[in-house]
Design a protein around this ligand. Structure first.
Ligand code: HEC
Length: 156
């Protein structure tokens, strides 16, 4: 018990130091990493739903509901907070965010709203059946790609 606590405290102080060291080098390192993590989690959940929509995975109500709920939760977290001005590609390391995010901020935010709406529809579909998931895939996938098309630099 005591050893565990010491190990935990040590770990916590190491990671606090690591993120401090990183912040000193690049003020946007943490926020870029955060938004990448949020995006990657959504991609993983979308993959789960996509498999059931395509029939490569059997419909599993609990797994589908979890995946759709995760996307809805992440969508509700997305805001300008993960996209501070100055963290665009070229200015912040590892960022593929296009500068249009800040010049067309209203449109960017409306694309977050679209994602929230699509995720809400998918939550209902996920609780229904594979056909319903299939029917909601275009709206949800479309919400991802509409934003990427305008605001994410393609990796190439
Ligand atoms: C409102 C805009 C917006 C929406 C909606 C959106 N994304 Fe993104 N996404 C971005 C931006 C901007 C980036 C680039 C971020 C960066 O590189 O810092 C990105 C990056 C990504 C990445 C690459 C992450 C990495 O590690 O480089 C993945 C994967 C991704 N998004 C998946 C998704 C999925 C799946 C959805 C829908 C469920 C989605 N995104 C919805 C804006 C959006």
């Amino acid at each position: 018990m005591k050893t565990k606590l010491v190990a935990f405290t040590l770990l916590a102080s190491i990671s606090a130091f690591a993120s401090f060291a990183q912040d000193a080098a690049d003020p946007f390192a943490d926020v870029v990493e955060t938004r990448h993590g949020l995006m990657l989690q959504m991609a993983s959940d979308l993959g789960t739903l996509g498999g059931m929509a395509k029939g490569t995975a059997a419909y599993d109500q609990a797994a589908a509901t979890q995946a759709a709920s995760n996307i809805a939760a992440i969508a509700s977290v997305l805001s300008m907070a993960q996209f501070p001005a100055g963290s665009e590609t070229g200015a912040a390391a590892d960022s593929y965010a296009l500068a249009d995010i800040w010049t067309k901020q209203d449109d960017f935010l409306s694309k977050i709203t679209d994602l929230n709406n699509a995720a809400g529809m998918m939550k209902m579909a996920a609780a229904t059946d594979a056909d319903a998931i299939k029917g909601s895939m275009a709206q949800l996938g479309g919400a991802c790609s509409a934003c990427h098309k305008s605001y994410r630099q393609p990796e190439s």
